[in-house]
Design a protein around this ligand. Structure first.
Ligand code: AMP
Length: 499
């Protein structure tokens, strides 16, 4: 439909048209089919951020299930994710030098190497099997996915368990992309500067697929870089960007030094999601860029957007995540009753963008769904005008500037340290990140270890963002009223205030 229009751009590369992107998708599905990968087979993807990752997402999903993983994971994390996914293939860029290749080979998962050429348009690539012995017959006609097939799976941080698999169908992701495009009134003339990682739902949907669904263009950068951000504004003249509050704060901190470039930028809007946006940051961003800042509420299970503040002339409410923006949004008590506006309880959603349920996890599904509504684990209320305010969280995940961490996953790694008898990971308030990872540790009798040793041990087994920045040693971990250790409120109990 948008054939000649630009779909993808990237620093130092020729633009790719929608027709070019279509061709890339067909070639990718052919290459996957030739390796015996078919509809609903999961393909793990470990790529640097950039145009190839954006194109690989839609191309792989066109004929299989795309499962992007964070390239920063350590070998043990990859082993968990690849096994849990039951991946049929791994697509990887060799230049990353990631532990994932060795792990995939040890698990017998075929590895496909993605190669891009600087001379070809942004986002174009070829896929070739690593191993000579791999099947390599070319599929004559690519077999494309259908609406109910699973387009994307991502792991989401759990409360009491390891991360859970969230399957999102084509129907889910297309509904969500259209919701975001509608909220932001995207048109083919828009151009989004993507600085979000493309292994997380925010970047995949809030920047890439929302843009593609509107026939708009996306500038796929190598990732957030405060030094390069202002140059990119000048080079690409984006009409908007989406980011987490921590990035907005870093951008603001450098805006004065880049006053000329800021003044020349002509953004129609700035979007914020994945963590609470402090009202002062919203105000300062609006003043600096002269554009409305649209805070939205997103979640992996909803294929990202659930609520959003509207564009002008409708009011944006600082501190609110806005109006229902796609799915229905309500507030439900423990008994399963929907509550009137003004009352605070768990935020629930239902709609075409919401996952049908976690994969192979009936227990999690039983607690997550009530009478057709999905329980978000977030707490809040709707005001009389339907604006949603998030007041807290019922789930134990840690939200480190938008990056989510399962405390149980960190506990398990810490417990492997020979000197550790008990470990409880929890959220500690942080000035710019909102929350940071902390751990309380009880040492085994007679054992010694200091915080540095514990952190080093964790760093070898966990991606850097999950490593506790603060480790406290205790004789006993304080218990809640029911005798259970309660992670929520632990920082306060231990007197750990904002870092
Ligand atoms: P994820 O699945 O990584 O997108 O994380 C979803 C969670 O991020 C939600 O359940 C919320 O706890 C949090 N979140 C997303 N957007 C916002 C926001 N605008 N304000 C506060 N928390 C948010």
């Amino acid at each position: 439909m948008y054939g000649d229009r630009t779909a993808l751009l990237a620093p130092g590369r020729e633009p790719l048209t929608y027709m070019g992107l279509d061709g890339q998708a067909a070639a990718t599905v052919s290459a996957l089919n030739a390796q015996g990968v078919r509809r609903n087979d999961r393909v793990a993807v470990v790529l640097p951020n950039g145009p190839e990752m954006a194109a690989a997402f839609v191309s792989i999903a066109s004929g299989a299930t795309c499962a992007p993983l964070n390239p920063a994971y350590r070998a043990e994390e990859f082993r968990f994710y690849l096994s849990d996914l039951d991946a049929k293939a791994l697509v990887v860029d060799r230049s990353l030098d990631s532990a994932v290749v060795g792990v995939a080979e040890s698990l017998g998962i075929p590895v496909l190497e993605l190669t891009a050429s600087e001379l070809r348009p942004a986002g174009t690539f070829t896929l070739k099997p690593f191993s000579e012995t791999a099947a390599n017959s070319t599929a004559a006609t690519p077999v494309f996915a259908e609406a109910d097939d699973i387009a994307l799976v991502l792991h989401t941080s759990g409360t009491t368990s390891r991360p859970k698999i969230v399957p999102l169908s084509h129907a889910n992701v297309c509904a969500s992309a259209a919701n975001i495009a509608r909220t932001l009134a995207l048109t083919p003339d828009d151009r989004c500067l993507n600085i979000m990682p493309l292994f997380h739902i925010h970047g995949l949907m809030g920047a890439v697929l929302s843009s593609f669904s509107a026939g708009a263009a996306i500038v796929a950068t190598p990732g957030f870089d405060a030094m390069k951000f202002f140059g990119w504004l000048d080079e690409f003249k984006p009409s908007w960007y989406s980011a987490v509050p921590t990035m907005h704060q870093i951008i603001l901190a450098r805006a004065d030094r880049n006053r000329d470039l800021v003044e020349r930028s002509k953004m129609r809007l700035i979007r914020s999601s994945s963590a609470a946006l402090p009202p002062q940051v919203m105000r300062e961003l609006e003043q600096t860029f002269g554009a409305p800042v649209i805070e939205s509420y997103g979640m992996t299970e909803a294929a990202h957007q659930m609520a959003s503040n509207p564009l002008p002339p409708n009011p944006r409410k600082p501190g609110s995540v806005g109006l229902a923006a796609g799915p229905e949004v309500a507030v439900m008590n423990d008994a399963g009753d929907l509550l009137p506006s003004g009352e605070t309880a768990e935020i629930v959603i239902r709609g075409a963008n919401v996952t049908a349920g976690y994969d192979k996890n009936p227990d999690a599904n039983k607690t997550a769904f009530s009478a057709g509504w999905f329980r978000t684990g977030d707490q809040g209320y709707l005001d009389a005008e339907g604006y949603l305010f998030i007041t807290g969280r019922l789930k134990e995940i840690i939200n480190r500037g938008g990056e989510k961490i399962s405390p149980r996953e960190v506990d398990e790694v810490l417990l492997d340290h020979p000197a550790v008898r008990q470990a409880v990971t929890f959220a500690m308030p942080h000035r710019t990140l909102g929350e940071e990872v902390a751990a309380a540790i009880v040492l085994a009798e007679g054992a010694t270890a200091d915080a540095k040793q514990i952190r080093e041990f964790a760093s070898e087994r966990l991606a850097a963002f999950k490593v506790p920045s603060r480790v406290v040693f205790l004789d006993e971990i304080p218990k809640g009223p029911t005798g259970k250790v309660q992670r929520i409120g632990l920082a306060e109990k231990l007197g750990l205030t904002s870092a």
